[in-house]
Design a protein around this ligand. Structure first.
Ligand SMILES: [Zn+2]
Ligand SMILES: [Zn+2]
Ligand SMILES: [Zn+2]
Length: 159
């Protein structure tokens, strides 16, 4: 599971960047160096990162001259819009999407102990939201339930 702390995270990053490149080229979008770099920073771990942390990391890691905050926000918007990262409203932060080309995820489980966020695709949840929305005559544009709790790894470490 992608949320495990004990996994080869370099592979997650490599495949995220490869997926992003493939998705952008198939949709005629440009994965500019800045977009790629911010995507890579968001993928720093499976813990969602806020825009401020990302800006600090960007300044630290890249040796880039300060990137103006609006540029960073625009870049994040681009990555969110194309499903490469998700906005985590509960934490006011961003996390990389683990399967941007696959079926859309419906639930984001956020561990309050290790702050890891993992996506789950659940046809039942998807259906429940759409049935409920139809009853309210509410048009769903985007959906992702955010559920806060304790992940299996953290639960196992507790006495
Ligand atoms: Zn990983
Ligand atoms: Zn996703
Ligand atoms: Zn945890």
């Amino acid at each position: 599971m992608s949320s495990s702390k004990h996994h080869d995270h370099k592979r997650c990053v490599t495949s995220a960047l490869e997926n992003a490149a493939a998705i952008c080229s198939s949709r005629g979008l440009r994965l500019t160096p800045l977009r790629r770099q911010i995507l890579e920073l968001v993928w720093h771990s499976h813990r969602p990162l806020g825009a401020y942390s990302l800006m600090e990391m960007l300044a630290e890691h890249s040796g880039r001259k300060l990137v103006a905050p609006p540029t960073v926000y625009r870049t994040l918007d681009f990555l969110v819009e194309h499903g490469l990262i998700h906005r985590v409203h509960t934490l006011n932060a961003f996390v990389g999407c683990s399967h941007p080309a696959g079926p859309h995820s419906d639930v984001l489980f956020i561990c309050r102990e290790c702050q890891t966020a993992s996506e789950v695709h659940s046809p039942q949840v998807y259906k429940a939201i759409h049935i409920c929305a139809a009853e309210q005559q509410f048009k769903v544009v985007q959906q992702m339930l955010e559920v806060v709790g304790i992940c299996a790894g953290c639960a196992a470490r507790k006495p």
